[in-house]
Design a protein around this ligand. Sequence first.
Ligand code: FAD
Length: 524
Amino acid sequence: MLTQAKPQAAIADSADPRPKALVIGAGLGGLAAAMRLGAKGYAVTVLDKLDRVGGRGSSIERDGYRFDLGPTIITVPQVFEALWADCGRDFRADIDLRPLDPFYEIRWTDGTIFSATGDTDRMIAEVAKISPADVPGYKRFLEDSRKRFVVGFEGMVNIPMHRLWDTIKVLPLFALLRADKSILGLARRRVKDERLRMALSFHPLFIGGDPMKVTSMYGLVAHLEKTYGVHCAVGGVQAIANAMRDIVEDQGGKAQLGVEVDEILIENGRAQGVRLADTTTLAADLVISNADAGHTYERLLRNHRKRRWTSKKLRSRSWSSGLFVWYFGTKATRDKWGDVGQHTILSGPRYEGLLQDIFINGRLAEDMSLYIHRPTVNDPTAAPEGDDAFYVLSVVPHLGHANPVDWTAERDRYKAKMTKVLQGTIPGFEQHIVTEEVFTPETFRDRYLSPYGAGFSIEPRILQSAWFRPHNISEEAKGLFLVGAGTHPGAGVPGVLSSAEVLAKLVPDAPAMPARNTVLRAAE
Ligand SMILES: Cc1cc2nc3c(=O)[nH]c(=O)nc-3n(C[C@H](O)[C@H](O)[C@H](O)COP(=O)(O)OP(=O)(O)OC[C@H]3O[C@@H](n4cnc5c(N)ncnc54)[C@H](O)[C@@H]3O)c2cc1C
């Protein structure tokens, strides 16, 4: 039975004999999927409502300053190298990726500074500087991290998890590693100093997870950073996204920007194409959604009866936190604040209390912890010579809590509080600002169509991971696949690139595709 209007027109290239794949969303996951499908022989069209590729990994330019909107810390560059290699290309020839040392710095209100690097001896010295008694516990944490890396990263991230059995198989190892305990619980077990507990457990905040609830498997990040380093890309992640688009185009695919998909068309239980907001219909053999999994099921499949991802089920998920991000360019400041590197974390007066307010109470706290990004330290292309392009990020509640924050009313007040906190690190910065932009959870909701304005889709809790997450091969319709933060393995750049690798394992090579639905073929 036809559940939607028949396609009226198709703008996908009907002269191209290859089977057609439509990718909704040009986020890093969508672009990686497009590259992999192009390599498999599909004619790929990527559709995005924004005016540029990269999604959360894109940038905006204001008055000569480039603001990298989202990811700034590149770990595991090998996922990019493998993606490029699988498409017959060399990542290092396309992208100037630079290793950072130190990786980042954490500063507490009492003046303590922790400088994170990939060198174990230096890390032990940093721990000893804060709490000598915690050094043995820290060494045990490093071993905890290594074991979790082997099981959770090497053994899971690029492996399909849509069959329950694949998740059941890893449960004994998860039980052995106490994956039921939180990452903060693991840090508490290993070290006593509150600052070190924060330093060992905060990483899930960078993918929107509550360290008090996120599984201790995320302790793998320490080993991951040590093994692969932390890097930045000259030109920002936008440069990587642009290079991905170029490869898609070299493969004969295309990216159509400024087009919003309104609905995924399903016929006889199979995805047949999409309808755009302007009512144009595009036919395809495969539809891949890189839109948020919640948006995909709630909005794009609104006329299709769902078995698993009903509105009720989606509402009952724990969603990742929201983000308040202040982007600003400062004039003639490159010689100022010489101690402020590319990545600085300012830990506020409370850790667990603040987490409780953000994730449980859904309350905008008076205090805050901040992440300061200053790309100009390593990347002169981010701002005019002698200037700086900063972004300062605060983790805040998403919009799905009772009494969500009204950001139109709150924005300037919150910015003023942020200014006060920043004075200790970049004193007088506000007098140098020449251009600025603020993103709140409302921006994330409207710009990326992110449910509840969440920064990173569904939260990475244990019962929302692997089989429990929306699958890469949709449970709701044949020929529909999901890629990106809301599906397995989850958010973060290595995560969404791995989701494209999983997807490519599930999609047959193009020549093996069955013939396209004849109704849609006739419409072309
Ligand atoms: C501020 C911030 C900082 C971060 N820092 C880091 C970091 O340092 N390191 C790290 O590894 N990760 C980081 N992340 C996480 C990482 O950026 C994301 O998890 C990842 O980029 C998400 O990629 P994605 O493929 O899921 O797609 P997204 O980036 O979410 O892109 C989805 C795209 O789909 C488009 N779209 C949605 N619906 C439609 C529709 N109906 N029609 C057309 N287009 C549509 C959107 O416009 C968007 O472009 C950060 C994220 C943020 C927000």
